[in-house]
Write a protein that binds this ligand. Structure first.
Ligand code: CO
Length: 194
């Protein structure tokens, strides 16, 4: 178990694509455990292997937070979100519908948020950590999170989906933010997404 370094905007590595995982080896399992630790430490909702410098199609999503968000949306008053990380290997979106947008954040773009248009509902497929194929659907925040993470596997950051001007501001803000953290000796501010 280890906390991995998350690459940040401006690093050309984040433009690379992940390749499909052909076999779930011990090394892959160990990588996903490290990714879970890393996401938890950073306070993220999701994390893609490309963000930690591994070019494989693996993402982690905290479904505990999604359940919490669904309950809040329904007007319930849930307790604190439980941490329920799920490993999605070779995730693929099968269909999408509708449009939605929220202010997104990203662990690779700390200190910046922007509104991004996404499909509001998706059906998707992935291989779980035991090698089983899973078909599922998600709407709202869950659909947004999965689209955001799959984008990472294709070398796309959420700031690539906004205007060039805003994108440049985001990269500058990220650099400044990281410099200020170094000066303060603070931990990276938690971002809701991954
Ligand atoms: Co992200």
């Amino acid at each position: 178990m280890a906390i991995l370094k998350i690459k940040t905007a401006g690093n050309p590595f984040l433009k690379k694509k992940g390749v499909e995982v052909s076999k779930i080896t011990k090394d892959i399992i160990s990588l996903t455990e490290d990714m879970i630790d890393t996401m938890k430490a950073a306070g993220g909702l999701g994390l893609a292997a490309v963000q930690v410098g591994i070019l494989l199609r693996i993402i982690i999503i905290d479904f505990g937070y999604l359940e919490y968000d669904k309950a809040v949306e329904k007007g319930e008053t849930p307790k604190e979100p439980e941490f329920k990380p799920v490993v999605l290997i070779n995730p693929v979106i099968k269909s999408d519908e509708g449009k939605t947008s929220i202010m997104e954040g990203c662990l690779s773009v700390p200190g910046y948020r922007a509104e991004v248009e996404r499909a509001s509902k998706i059906t998707y497929m992935y291989t779980d950590i035991n090698g089983k194929t899973v078909n599922a659907e998600e709407e709202g925040l869950g659909a947004i999170a999965i689209q955001h993470e799959i984008d990472h596997l294709n070398g796309i950051l959420f700031i690539d989906r906004i205007s060039n001007l805003k994108r440049n501001i985001a990269i500058k803000k990220t650099k400044k933010h990281l410099e200020s953290i170094k000066e303060d000796g603070d931990k990276v501010e938690s971002a809701l997404y991954g």
